[in-house]
Design a protein around this ligand. Structure first.
Ligand code: G1P
Ligand code: ZN
Length: 544
């Protein structure tokens, strides 16, 4: 049956789907409006299979029940949903491909805090398992702005707490509730040497994985404990909670403090584990730590790429690699040595998908703690953790020694991201416009002792479909020596977040602390932006 609504004007998806406060989603017809627009703009869902699942946050269940009723009205043939409504983002991407589904709804606001006062989000992924293209999300947005009605079947809620298949009463639609982990775990066993990892874990090697009370808990239990034999004490916060335990499940040095304190204690005389890792709310991000060392995401991407041919799933080598523009160029150095292409894409995972789909790249990553390969069309936190475990099982060396050897060979790209949060949106835009205006004057001047070779706004020409994306961040490049990148976040739900990305390359001098190596560049970037005068900020809110 049809229901009428007054069109919403604020449903433009950001970098990764539509994210808003739960209270915004709780407005009558709000969720339905977005879902109806997806069905209208993506007619392929009719008579097909649809995957549904989320990170278990508050409102997950409610959204799933609504989507099921709308899918029934839209003649979807079959729905596959994770038990308790759980699916990590990479597992959902994998299942879309595995089931030949027409698409999937992934209910998540990633690492943003959850609970009734937190955020909720909804992402639509298409039949290749990847996020909807910019063209599709723009079409969905346009549709919501003039939507007058939506279609929904009046049905009882379905039971998603028991595995099994049934026909939805009163409809032709089949509903299959699946174990959210099983198929994903099988895939991981094909990619990595589980025997080698299991042997390592059976010895003295100690590790900790922190699921941060979010979706990777059930995955970690099955993969690390059941399949790899890790002991119970390896797993932290592995029971998913609707509010993520009140935390902010973003695996970085600030928010994964509990793990960081274990791996990098002030007093290191105790028993520090060999390896530590964490994942985020929906399981697509990862943080890698060794005893006393943090591996920056750009370095992790480079190390995994350099060693991928040693893992069973990648033994033929990589066709190419890719990184988002702001991500450190450490992986470029690896690609150059392997004589494979390295693509530079705009921020957001969806830009990797065409390259993956076309077989041009095998591994890709972003500075924002995202790494993955062609096994899925989303970034994958546990995949990165398993890649590191596989590498450690081969090397049998501390993480710090692996990094030293890598930097000795390739040189080191010091890297940090500085976030300035909750800026007034107008002020943030003025900061960007101000910097845009100075760009032409910067080329061939000297900044921090380096000649500026490029100062522009990044545009991307997708080599697969020839689409062009403009205004993808400001970059001030000083040859191979250094870079400053500035862009506004597209995932926030409050005010504007300005991201400042700093990178400096050193061939020989590889033992500095990153903050010391980058302090000059940070001060220069802040003054170019006029941050203190215009926004009263002289220090970032978050450094990752
Ligand atoms: C952020 C990250 C970006 C990532 C996205 C989704 O987007 O910077 O790399 O793909 O989250 O996880 P932003 O807020 O910068 O637009
Ligand atoms: Zn995420």
């Amino acid at each position: 049956m049809y229901r009428t609504l007054t069109a919403f004007q604020d449903q433009r998806p950001g970098t990764a789907g539509l994210r808003k406060k739960v209270t915004v989603f709780q407005q009558p017809h709000y969720l339905e409006s977005f879902i109806e627009a997806v069905f209208q703009c993506y007619p392929g869902l009719k008579d097909s299979t649809l995957i549904i699942g989320g990170d278990g946050r508050f409102y997950n269940n409610k959204a799933i029940q609504t989507i099921v009723k709308m899918a029934a009205a839209k003649s979807v043939k079959k729905i596959v949903v994770g038990k308790h409504g759980y699916l990590s983002t990479p597992a959902a991407s994998h299942l879309i491909r595995e089931y030949n589904a027409a698409g999937g709804f992934i209910l998540t606001a990633s690492h943003n805090p959850a609970g009734p006062k937190g955020d909720f989000g909804i992402k639509f992924n298409v039949s290749n398992g990847g996020q909807a293209s910019e063209q599709l999300t723009e079409a969905i947005f346009a549709c919501t702005r003039s939507l007058e009605k939506y279609e929904l079947e009046e049905l009882d809620d379905i039971n998603i707490d028991h595995i099994g298949i049934c026909k939805l009463a009163g409809t032709e639609m089949e509903v299959e509730v699946i174990d959210p982990v099983e198929s994903y775990a099988l895939l991981m066993q094909r990619l990595f040497d589980f025997t080698a990892i299991r042997n390592m874990l059976a010895g003295n090697f100690k590790f900790r994985f922190d699921a941060m009370h979010a979706i990777t808990g059930p995955y970690a239990k099955q993969i690390f404990r059941e399949l790899l034999g890790a002991d119970e004490s390896s797993l932290m916060n592995c029971l998913p909670q609707e509010d993520f335990g009140g935390g902010h499940p973003d695996p970085n040095l600030v928010y994964a403090k509990e793990l960081v304190n274990i791996m990098m204690p002030e007093d290191a005389s105790g028993n520090v584990p060999d390896f530590g890792a964490a994942s985020d709310g929906d399981g697509d991000r990862n943080m890698i730590l060794g005893r006393g060392i943090f591996v920056s995401p750009g370095d992790s991407l480079a190390v995994i790429s350099a060693n991928a041919h040693r893992f069973p799933g990648y033994s033929d080598g990589l066709p190419g690699v890719a990184r988002s523009m702001p991500t450190s160029r450490a992986v470029d150095a690896v690609a150059a040595e392997l004589s494979i292409p390295c693509f530079e894409t705009p921020t957001g995972w969806r830009f990797f998908c065409n390259l993956l789909e076309d077989g041009r790249i095998g591994i890709c990553g972003e500075e924002s703690f995202g790494t993955s390969s062609d096994h899925a069309r989303e970034k994958d936190g546990l995949w990165a953790v398993l890649a590191w475990l596989n590498l450690l099982a081969l090397e049998r060396k501390p993480v710090s020694e692996i990094m030293q050897a890598h930097w000795n060979h390739f040189g080191r790209h010091y890297y940090q991201r500085h976030d300035f949060e909750e800026l007034d949106a107008d002020v943030a835009n003025k900061l960007i416009v101000g910097l845009q205006e100075t760009l032409p004057k910067l080329v061939n001047t000297t900044l921090c002792g380096h000649n500026v070779t490029v100062a522009d706004e990044f545009s991307y020409l997708d080599p697969v479909d020839n689409s062009v994306s403009h205004q993808q961040g400001i970059r001030i490049v000083m040859g191979d020596a250094a870079r400053i990148v500035v862009r506004l976040s597209g995932t926030g739900t409050q005010g504007a977040t300005l991201r400042l990305y700093l990178e400096r390359f050193e061939r020989e001098n590889i033992t500095m602390a990153p903050e010391a190596a980058l302090s000059d560049l940070a001060a220069t970037a802040r003054s170019l932006l006029n941050l203190e005068n215009m926004a009263g900020r002289n220090a970032p809110d978050l450094v990752t």
